[in-house]
Design a protein around this ligand. Structure first.
Ligand code: GDP
Ligand code: MG
Length: 317
């Protein structure tokens, strides 16, 4: 078999199509948070998958890039999220366009399709959530989708139950992806699974618990910033602030007698302890910053790519 392949593969689709679920399933670890609420993912996130050679493919390393769902931007924040999508469309070797196969193809899907067509290059169409679809619906569906565009591949998958789509799970998808990549080096060490530093994963875990716990409208208005992160041998001390836009939202997040915040904190702490393998002391604060989603400056501060740059500058001082 020919030599090692590697490259960048962007996962693009509408909110809730299952992009982050797919990334986690491929990587085999949770690197992106997932909820049933749209617009959970705010940044592009890399996940690394090392594949062994097998009958139909050489060995390789795939850098998958999860992205925010393609949507019409209504705030500075969602404009920034769409910029993350555009960035992920630059300089990649392959696009995976993922659609929720339980939903009718609509104008939103057309918009995404146009976007990836304009980006150019090879596109695989992934029909996701086929675990929810009767088998006999699949072939006609593939036929319909193939009329929309000359996709390099159309592959039915289930990000949540891979074996419901194919007895070998993701192996067929991985065969096709690896074969679509150029020969190249292993970019990242075998034990590295994502580009996100630990403290970013931690802030995302907290945000996920907020999204799951809070009601309808609060989640979109929340953001999490880690204020303190002190690593010890057996205990890590973390303080984080959950930002929201209105005092009413703050009241909801804190809850009666602090119950909601406690629930968020406990859920987050347990998961963070599993991730970093020490006990965790987690302190949460809630702060109101009116209309932060319209503030370019606040959104800049949230950007962890930028946070890291700032940290690097601080450490060099
Ligand atoms: N039944 C089923 N649900 C899925 C599948 N993939 C994703 N989901 C669910 O769809 C919702 C959105 O998933 P998520 O990965 O956050 O979508 P994203 O917005 O595209 O990143 C979550 O509730 C997932 O559990 C799948 O293959 N089958
Ligand atoms: Mg997502």
């Amino acid at each position: 078999m020919s030599s090692f392949r590697s490259g960048f593969v962007s996962i693009i689709g509408r909110p809730n199509a299952g992009k982050s679920t797919l990334l986690n399933a491929l990587v085999g670890e949770k690197v992106a948070i997932v909820t049933h609420k749209p617009q959970t993912t705010r940044n592009r996130i890399q996940g690394y998958v090392n594949v062994k050679a097998r009958k139909n493919r050489p060995a390789g390393q795939i850098i998958f890039i999860d992205t925010p769902g393609v949507h019409k931007p209504e705030s500075q924040l969602s404009r920034r999220m769409m910029q993350e999508v555009y960035d992920a469309l630059e300089g990649r070797d392959l696009i995976l366009l993922i659609v929720d196969a339980t939903k009718k193809f609509g104008t939103g899907d057309e918009f995404v399709l146009d976007l990836v067509k304009k980006a150019g290059g090879k596109i695989f169409l992934l029909l996701n959530k086929v675990d929810l679809i009767p088998k006999d619906k699949l072939l006609p569906m593939i036929a319909d989708y193939s009329k929309l565009h000359k996709f390099a591949e159309i592959i039915p998958i289930s990000a949540r139950k891979p074996k419901a789509a194919h007895k070998d799970g993701f192996e067929v998808l991985l065969d096709k992806v690896v074969n679509a990549l150029p020969e190249g080096p292993r970019y990242f060490a075998k034990d590295q699974i994502t580009d996100q530093p630990e403290r970013v994963l931690v802030s995302e875990i907290i945000r996920e618990k907020v999204l799951i716990a809070a009601g309808q409208e609060v989640p979109y208005a929340t953001a999490v910033i880690i204020e303190r992160y002190e690593e010890g041998k057996s205990l890590t001390k973390i303080s984080a602030t959950i930002f929201c836009e209105r005092t009413g939202q703050k009241a909801i997040l804190i809850g009666k007698g602090g119950e909601m915040l406690k629930k968020i904190g406990t859920g987050a702490r347990l998961e963070i302890e599993r991730l970093i393998r020490t006990k965790v002391f987690l302190e949460l604060f809630v702060k109101v910053v009116p209309d932060w989603r319209s503030s370019k400056r606040f959104i800049d501060d949230l950007d962890w790519h930028k946070q890291l740059e700032d940290l690097g500058t601080l450490e060099r001082k």
